[in-house]
Design a protein around this ligand. Structure first.
Ligand SMILES: Nc1nc2c(ncn2[C@@H]2O[C@H](COP(=O)(O)OP(=O)(O)O)[C@@H](O)[C@H]2O)c(=O)[nH]1
Ligand SMILES: [Mg+2]
Ligand SMILES: [Zn+2]
Length: 308
C-alpha cells in the first residue's frame, strides 16, 4: 500500500498510510535513483509503497520509492559525488530570514533563490523578528521587499514572538507542501510551535555574544498543518546546495537576467567582461538590482570549472 514519509532517522522512517496510520518502516535492499547513490535514498516527502511487517509493533517494509515530482539536494560533505536528498515532492520552499539577531546575508538569500530555481521549487522569503526592527531595518526590509517582488518572489514580514503577520504566512502555506529553510536561530521552530502548541519542538536562545543560534534537533520532519497542507522542518541544514552547474548556466536561475539573455551579443556570455552584454548594461542602468548582480558575481566566482 501507499504511504508518505514524514521523518527519516537514518535507517528507520516514520511513514503514514492513506488511512492516517503511522508505521516505523525500513528499507529492504539497496536503492539507486536516477543513477545516483544517495546517502539516504528515502527522503521526507517521498511517496513509498510499503508492506506491513508487524501489526502489533506497527512496523513496515518499504518496497519501492514512487517517482518524485522534484527534490532538493545537499552535497554530502564527505563524498563529493554523493548527494543527500533533503526532501521530495515540494510545492514551495519558504526561507526564514532575519535582519537582526542574527542578520541573514543577502548572499545567502540569493543562493537559496538560485537553488529553488534550479530545483523548480517556488520560493518565498519571510523576514522574521520584526519586533526587533527599528527604522533602519524597516527601510532595508522595504527595499528588499520591492527588489524581490519585482523579480517575482513573495516577501512577508512576521514577528512570530508577537504573533504578527502570521495569518498571511498561514495563508501562503495552506494546502501546500512547504520546505522550511533558513539559518539556525531565525525562528523556524518557534513558528512551528506557534502553529502546533501541543508539539513544543525545542527552541533555544540565540547565544549571547556570538549571535549565532544552536542546533537543537537533527532530523528533517514533516508535519500536517491543522489548516491544510504540510510543512517540513529541516533542523541543522543551513542550505541546499547549488550543485553541478556550469558558469554559463547560472544567469538562467536569476529570473530578471533570464529574460535578457537573448540580448547579449554572445550566447555563452557570463555577463562579466563581454562586450555587448545586456545583463551588465541593465545592472549599470538600474534595470536590475545591483545587489542581485553582486550576488550573481559572488556565486559565479564560487563555481569551480569542472576538470575535464
Ligand atoms: N525577538 C524575536 N525573537 C524571536 C522571534 N521568533 C523567534 N525568536 C527567538 O529566536 C531564537 C531562535 O528561535 P528558533 O525557533 O529556535 O530558531 P530556528 O533555529 O530557526 O528553529 C529563540 O530564542 C526564539 O525565541 C521573533 O519574532 N522575535
Ligand atoms: Mg529549529
Ligand atoms: Zn551578458
Amino acid at each position: 500500500m501507499k504511504a508518505l514519509v514524514y521523518k527519516s532517522t537514518g535507517s528507520w522512517y516514520t511513514v503514514k498510510d492513506q488511512a492516517g496510520r503511522t508505521y516505523n518502516a525500513r528499507m529492504k535492499g539497496i536503492f539507486k535513483i536516477d543513477g545516483i547513490t544517495s546517502t539516504n535514498p528515502v527522503a521526507v516527502g517521498d511517496e513509498v509503497d510499503i508492506e506491513t511487517e508487524s501489526e502489533i509493533e506497527n512496523t513496515a517494509v518499504i518496497n519501492e520509492i514512487l517517482p518524485r515530482r522534484n527534490y532538493v539536494n545537499r552535497q554530502s560533505p564527505r563524498h563529493k559525488y554523493q548527494h543527500h536528498i533533503i526532501a521530495a515532492n515540494l510545492d514551495q520552499s519558504v526561507l526564514f530570514a532575519t535582519l537582526k539577531e542574527p542578520r541573514t546575508s543577502q548572499g545567502f538569500i540569493d543562493r537559496f533563490l538560485v537553488a529553488c530555481e534550479m530545483y523548480h521549487v517556488t520560493a518565498a522569503i519571510v523576514f522574521n523578528k520584526a519586533d526587533l526592527y527599528r527604522k533602519k531595518e524597516m527601510q532595508i526590509f522595504e527595499d528588499r521587499k520591492k527588489m524581490y517582488n519585482d523579480v517575482g518572489y513573495k516577501v512577508l514580514l512576521t514577528s512570530v514572538e508577537k504573533g504578527e503577520g502570521l495569518e498571511e504566512l498561514k495563508l501562503a502555506l495552506k494546502d501546500k507542501v512547504t520546505l522550511l529553510s533558513g539559518h539556525s536561530g531565525v525562528g523556524k521552530s518557534t513558528f512551528i510551535n506557534a502553529i502546533f502548541p501541543e508539539l513544543q519542538l525545542r527552541t533555544k536562545e540565540v547565544s549571547g555574544w556570538s549571535g549565532k543560534g544552536m542546533h537543537t534537533t537533527t532530523f528533517a520532519e514533516m508535519f500536517d498543518l491543522p489548516f491544510g497542507g504540510k510543512i517540513i522542518d529541516t533542523p541543522g541544514i543551513r542550505e541546499f546546495g547549488i550543485t553541478d552547474i556550469d558558469k554559463e548556466e547560472l544567469s538562467h536561475y536569476f529570473p530578471e537576467m533570464r529574460q535578457l539573455l537573448h540580448d547579449c551579443q554572445f550566447n555563452n556570455c557570463i555577463h562579466i567582461n563581454e562586450p555587448g552584454c545586456a545583463v551588465k548594461y541593465a545592472a549599470e542602468h538600474g534595470k536590475i538590482a545591483m545587489e542581485r548582480y553582486i550576488s550573481y558575481y559572488n556565486i559565479l566566482e564560487s563555481i569551480n570549472e569542472r576538470p575535464y
